[in-house]
Write a protein that binds this ligand. Structure first.
Ligand code: PLP
Length: 396
């Protein structure tokens, strides 16, 4: 496992055990200098010449290929831009057009609300009898029938970490003639993903979680190469146009995945992400997954041994769990604030979930043991039972 741990590459504040890389990855130390350089030498000196001279215009595709390598996507099939919510909309709008005679978007109740809201918004906009159907995660496979245009699922449940079987679910969708969209928000950088092998039509995800791109880092979108020249982008922006600088009054979609670009890319943020992605160049995703599972199993074992107040909310079987472990506790919000105050940073998801992410690039067994000791102290001594921990902040 020596190849995975690279704590020295990240800025982790003293006294912090960071178990929230599933929500916002820490700062890779190399980002600061490179972003400073970009500001000084590129924006500062080159000004508008940076679009060509510093490669800004090609950056969404260049970084897309870096992300593509860790999610099993071929070169030229992934492009960066916008936020994940926007990419959900874009993928859905294109997917339903691929199956024009059908009207159902199928998802599950474990999906992240924004994904469902974007689907509802699209349904309202289309006004052609479309409907969003949401079933329990265990019922999705059986709910795919000949009315379903597209199945849109997040592989790993953001609350419990429960993981769908991407390959089997995609095969099921295809057997019924539906288009499959995977949201990889909690998969990219967390576990091996074989997009090409799954044969799904589209995938989307964000880069500020396990990929450490920083708050607001751009999202990615993948379209299966055989479809990339066929999909109709609903968000037809000028940078997705075949020839943006012809300033043609009519839209003509660009080549392949380029058509999923919308407007001007966030160059500063992409520069930070590009540096963060360099950390992945020699990471073996199977090795990373094995290290993650080892940390998770240790955490579950130690928590269940020492802290009976917490109830496991994640699947016990690591094969159907992502890279996070969640426990239920009635006063989970207050307990998490007490932990954060003591340097163990996880997060809380309503109504009662305490969520801990495991990221073997900067966590090892001694961190897990130290975290469990602090959690035990908080729980055994009711250190969470303090007024200031019970006031909900804007971000939980
Ligand atoms: C984190 C997350 C989002 C967040 O979307 P943004 O537009 O980046 O804020 C959306 N969907 C899922 C499944 C997520 O996990």
């Amino acid at each position: 496992m020596a190849g995975i741990l690279r704590k020295e590459a990240f800025k982790i504040p003293d006294g912090v055990i960071y178990l929230d890389g599933n929500s916002l990855g820490p700062l890779p130390k190399a980002v600061g200098a490179r972003v400073q350089e970009m500001l000084a030498d590129e924006w500062g000196e080159m000004l508008i010449r940076g679009w060509n001279g510093a490669g800004w215009m090609d950056q969404p595709a260049r970084v897309g290929d870096m992300v593509g390598r860790i999610i099993g996507a071929p070169e030229g099939s992934v492009v960066m831009g916008d936020t994940l919510s926007i990419k959900v909309f874009q993928a859905l709008a294109s997917a339903v057009k691929l199956v024009p005679e059908r009207r159902v978007i199928l998802s599950d109740s474990g999906n992240f609300p924004s994904d469902l809201y974007m689907a509802e918004g699209l349904v309202g906009l289309l006004e052609q009898g479309y409907e969003l159907r949401t079933v329990a995660p265990e019922e999705v496979a059986d709910a795919i029938d000949e009315t379903v245009a597209t199945v849109m699922l997040t592989e790993v449940d953001y609350r419990t970490g429960r993981k769908h079987d991407m390959k089997a679910m995609t095969a099921r969708a295809h057997a019924k003639g539906a288009v499959m969209i995977w949201d990889l928000a909690h998969s990219a950088g967390a576990l091996p993903v074989d997009l090409a092998g799954s044969n799904c039509e589209m995938a989307i995800g964000c880069t500020y979680k396990y990929l450490n791109g920083g708050p607001g880092a751009p999202a990615f979108i993948y379209v299966r190469p055989d479809l990339a020249d066929r999909v109709q982008p609903a968000l037809a922006g000028w940078l997705g146009h075949r020839k943006p600088f012809d300033f043609d009054l009519n839209y003509a979609p660009g080549q392949g995945i380029e058509r999923m670009r919308v407007g001007t890319p966030p160059v500063i943020q992409l520069t930070a992400l590009e540096v963060a992605m360099e950390l992945w160049a020699d990471v073996d995703m199977d090795e990373l997954r094995a290290a993650s599972v080892t940390l998770q199993e240790q955490f579950i074992e130690e928590v269940e041994r020492d802290i009976p107040q917490l109830t496991l909310a994640s699947p016990r079987d690591a094969d159907i769990r992502g890279s996070q472990v969640s426990f239920r506790f009635e006063h989970g919000y207050a307990a998490m604030q007490a932990l954060i105050d003591r340097g163990v940073i996880g997060d809380f998801r309503a109504p009662d979930i305490m969520r801990f992410g495991f990221t073997p690039m900067y966590l090892d067994a001694s961190d897990v043991t130290a975290a469990v000791r602090i959690i035990a102290d908080v729980m055994h001594n009711d250190l969470w039972d303090v007024d200031k921990y019970k006031v909900r902040a804007k971000v939980t």
